[in-house]
Design a binder for this molecule. Structure first.
Ligand code: AHG
Ligand code: MN
Ligand code: MN
Ligand code: MN
Length: 336
């Protein structure tokens, strides 16, 4: 009864991670406990997002964050939920959140081996109109938890031990990699469990979709402008690519991961380092893309090789299907 197995042999996210952890005999289940607290945060935000309009959770919180953005009530709420869940897990020592100017150093009595960088609510501009939003996270393992400094998170993305996102869309999905491939889990609200629905996700090597905010075209540099032009007016007689742009990185990246294609948030004359934040947007999504057989490029180098100097540093990013990213890499290389 292979077909029925999943109905009575539920592969939950927790069980899947335990299976993965069994490959690391030295692990004492700390990672599984950390992840279960991240999952708790995602379930909370999922239920808050689903009733946002009803629970007067839409609208502004009346504060602005270090990014200079007006914080939405859900930005603040989800940040607090994740910070509390991560600290109470007893498995973290440093937290970096988009919504907090400074890193949080966990009290030594509750300190664990992991540093978590996260964007508690990604796509805030889409909250009030009910369009998909998400949470993004990346996890580093600390070297020595007794003397913890910011250098323990100002590391290249390739040093992450895990990365993932939760998308609050028509269904609630967690997409996760612990370094050996990418798996997708869908929340079954009747069970309150994330069930494996997308095992071993691989991104198509080439796609038919490009995803960029065309409204910034006036400020693009040469290679980006040339690449987007080729998407719209292919010289080899092939059909033009379709444009899909949600404006929530989680939604645009999730579609790119499943359907193929390329997502671009380039730098431009106005903001040469682009808009997306290295630690908790660029790195986790680049980590997932590479694990799924795609790639991620900053315009200058492999995204995961970048070493951030500040916790809210930004970088241009081009990520998605391997062959599509190769094309824009060639254009930037010829510009050198
Ligand atoms: P956040 O809501 O966490 O600040 O992130 C918003 C980001 C990202 O989700 C999205 O890809 C990008 O902003 C969209 O920016 P534009 O509106 O400038 O296209
Ligand atoms: Mn923001
Ligand atoms: Mn974001
Ligand atoms: Mn955010």
């Amino acid at each position: 009864h292979e077909a029925d197995a999943h109905r009575t042999d539920l592969m939950t996210l927790t069980r899947h991670v335990l299976n993965e952890q069994s490959k690391h005999p030295e692990s004492k289940g700390d990672f599984t406990i950390l992840l279960s607290h991240i999952v708790l945060g995602c379930k909370f935000v999922c239920s808050a997002v689903n009733k946002a309009g009803l629970a007067k959770l839409i609208g502004l919180a009346g504060e602005t964050n270090v990014q200079g953005e007006d914080q939405k009530k859900l930005d603040v709420l989800s940040n607090e939920v994740f910070v509390n869940a991560l600290i109470s897990s007893g498995r973290t020592c440093i937290l970096v959140s988009e919504e907090d100017e400074k890193a949080t150093f966990v009290d030594p009595s509750l300190r664990g081996r992991y540093c978590v960088v996260f964007d508690p609510l990604d796509g805030s501009s889409n909250i009030d109109c009910g369009v998909s939003i998400g949470t993004i996270f990346g996890i580093y393992m600390i070297k020595d938890k007794d003397n913890v400094t910011l250098d323990d998170v100002l590391l290249p993305g390739k040093d992450m031990v895990a990365a993932g996102y939760c998308m609050y869309g028509s269904s609630c999905m967690i997409v996760l990699s612990t370094g050996s491939g990418v798996n997708g889990f869908t929340l079954d609200p009747s069970l309150g469990e994330f069930i494996l629905t997308h095992p071993d996700i691989k991104i198509p090597t080439k796609g038919k979709i490009y995803s960029v905010n065309e409204g910034n075209a006036k400020n693009w540099d040469g290679p980006t402008a040339e690449y987007v032009n080729k998407c719209k007016f292919p010289e080899d007689g092939s059909s033009p690519k379709s444009l899909r742009y949600v404006g929530s990185m989680v939604a645009d990246v999730h579609r790119t991961l499943l359907y193929g294609g390329i997502f671009l948030y380039p730098g431009d004359k106005k903001s040469p380092t682009g808009k997306l934040r290295v630690l908790y947007e660029v790195f986790p999504m680049s980590f997932l893309m590479e694990q799924a057989g795609g790639q991620a490029f900053t315009g200058k180098q492999r995204a995961l090789d970048l070493v951030p100097k500040k916790i809210h540093e930004r970088s241009p990013i081009f990520l998605g299907s391997y062959d599509d990213v190769e094309e824009i890499k060639a254009l930037y290389a010829s510009e050198e």
